[in-house]
Design a protein around this ligand. Structure first.
Ligand SMILES: [Zn+2]
Length: 58
């Protein structure tokens, strides 16, 4: 089965930088680390498909 991938953009809540992560088309959430400060975040799909909500993980 071929999965269609899309780019999820999210803003780091620590340093504000924009990060990008490849996610599956039907994926609702993901985990990623900021490329700049390496803070872990949980990402959830927003109404806009490209811009995702990010919440820092402690
Ligand atoms: Zn950051």
């Amino acid at each position: 089965m071929i999965e269609t991938m899309q780019t999820a953009e999210w803003n780091c809540t620590k340093c504000g930088v924009t990060n990008r992560k490849l996610v599956k088309q039907d994926q609702a959430q993901a985990n990623d680390r900021c490329v700049t400060c390496h803070a872990r975040h949980r990402l959830t799909r927003d109404a806009r498909p490209v811009r995702w909500n990010a919440v820092a993980k402690t």
